[in-house]
Design a protein around this ligand. Sequence first.
Ligand SMILES: [Zn+2]
Length: 103
Amino acid sequence: MPTKRGTSNSNSRGSSKDRKARRQYLLSKFGDGKTAPCVYCGEPLTDATITVDRIVPGCQGGKYIRSNIQPACGLCNSKDGNLIKQGKRLDISCGLESLVSSS
Ligand SMILES: [Zn+2]
């Protein structure tokens, strides 16, 4: 097993084809198949602007599965690491957790 460094730069997100399929799924489930609102701010998102937000973050074992993903705009998705889900999703504690759980 390769050493995990706590980045999200791995294959856990799947291929670009997988990511496109996930975006399409979110557009269909949360919207009309072409646009869907950001779950945080309601901004309408398209395939070009949607980002896939994990409800349970990866550092807590959350996976890119359909029951764990929701649409978010890039702004909210980057904010949510330290603001929106404060206490639930802190990147620093996530790093510590993954160190602990992988030892
Ligand atoms: Zn948003």
